[in-house]
Design a protein around this ligand. Structure first.
Ligand SMILES: *Cc1c(COP(=O)(O)O)cnc(C)c1O
Length: 359
């Protein structure tokens, strides 16, 4: 008998079993998010739907991502009892990850840009997480990696792992859920699905799913005008900008994130911040509750596509995403004084969009 080789300490399997059980039980207790029809009187033959991701327990589509990232890291043996979880996040991912970290009894640290909305910092703290500030958004990645090393923790790294942590073939991912909920609509296979890109994970999941299921849907990514993603999509040699310049949180980046997969995207529409804010505010009034800025970016692109379809005499459906709850932006997009300071005037785009949609 040869002596046993001593391996470095690994997390106890019974601890991992319990951690996975807790995450799966949370999922099992949750209902699916609603698919909300949004009438566009100007386009009677075109049906718009928004997948309401604000109704997750942590208020945004990042609830799905956080669940996937924790399960991926647990099942890869990277997390054990007492592991400090670190993430580079402009807010929403951190809020959702703080929720799951607390569920597993793990400390959580978010590395966030200093100008992140105060409501998001409070939401991270509410779920038991701590925020660690960096001055420049681009410094968050390196600082998160360094901090995780220093604390003997794990950097979940949403920007690298978003595209692979989600089961793109199904497992009730956002795409599978959308198509199931569309089944009894007049046009059950959407002509277009429109989403934003922050990590790029959502667009990767949808783009893979439509190919795998052989669906005729096209994928449009709505991108802030200052973001690098649409420039990279048009010319792959462009991979980084000096800064993003957009104030729309959650989407638009200065560097092309590894989880953004341009080959899966059929069209990109650049949307200026005043257009995104105008659309978010107009939609919030229509729905009777607030939605965030990136939802406005999506709506602006949906209106562009709807107008084009109508002009070509086409009918069909468009599905997009209500990404998060607008109450997180009470002191920013919904505050006129803040908008004035930020140099964002939504007046013109608001009138344009209202007229275009017949609102
Ligand atoms: C992350 C995020 C997005 C984009 O989703 P990804 O899957 O990361 O590309 C859109 N809106 C909000 C509010 C987000 O937080």
């Amino acid at each position: 008998m040869s002596p046993a080789v001593l391996a470095p300490a690994r997390p106890d399997r019974s601890w991992i079993d319990e951690a996975v059980r807790r995450i799966e039980a949370d999922y099992n207790r949750s209902a699916d998010t609603h698919l909300v029809p949004v009438p566009m009187p100007a386009f009677p033959g075109i049906h718009l739907y928004l997948k309401d991701e604000s109704s997750h327990p942590t208020g945004s589509l990042k609830h799905r991502l956080a669940r996937s990232l924790f399960l991926y890291a647990l099942c890869n043996g990277r997390i054990g009892p007492g592991t400090t979880i670190v993430e580079a996040s402009s807010g929403s991912t951190a809020v959702s990850e703080a929720y799951f970290a607390r569920m597993l009894g793990l400390p959580f640290v978010a590395v966030v840009p200093r100008n992140t909305a105060a409501e998001k910092i409070e939401a991270i703290a509410f779920h038991g997480g701590r925020s660690h500030f960096v001055d420049r958004p681009g410094d968050a990645y390196g600082e998160a990696e360094r901090l995780a090393r220093e604390l003997g923790g794990v950097y979940l790294d949403q920007f690298t792992y978003a595209e692979r942590a989600t089961d793109w073939r199904g497992n009730n991912n956002i795409a599978e859920s959308i198509y199931a909920q569309m089944a009894k609509e007049p046009h059950p296979i959407p002509a277009w699905v429109v989403c934003g890109a922050g990590t790029g994970g959502t667009s990767a999941t949808i783009g893979r799913f439509v190919r795998y299921r052989r669906l005729a849907t096209q994928l449009c990514v709505a991108d802030p005008a200052g973001s690098v993603f649409h420039r990279h999509w048009a010319d792959r040699s462009i991979t980084e900008l000096e800064s993003c310049g957009s104030r729309i949180e959650g989407i638009g980046r200065a560097r092309v994130e590894p989880s953004f997969l341009p080959d899966l995207v059929d069209e990109m529409i650049a949307v200026a911040d005043p257009q995104s804010v105008a659309a978010a505010r107009l939609l919030s009034e229509r729905l009777g509750r607030r939605c965030g800025g990136s939802t406005g970016t999506n709506l602006w692109a949906c209106a562009t596509i709807a107008a084009r379809m109508a002009a070509a005499g086409q009918t069909g459906s468009i599905v997009s995403i209500l990404c998060d709850d607008g109450n997180r932006y009470a002191s920013t997009y919904f505050d006129d004084a803040w908008l004035a300071t930020a140099g964002i005037d939504p007046t013109g785009p608001r009138a344009e969009l209202a007229e275009r949609l017949g609102w």
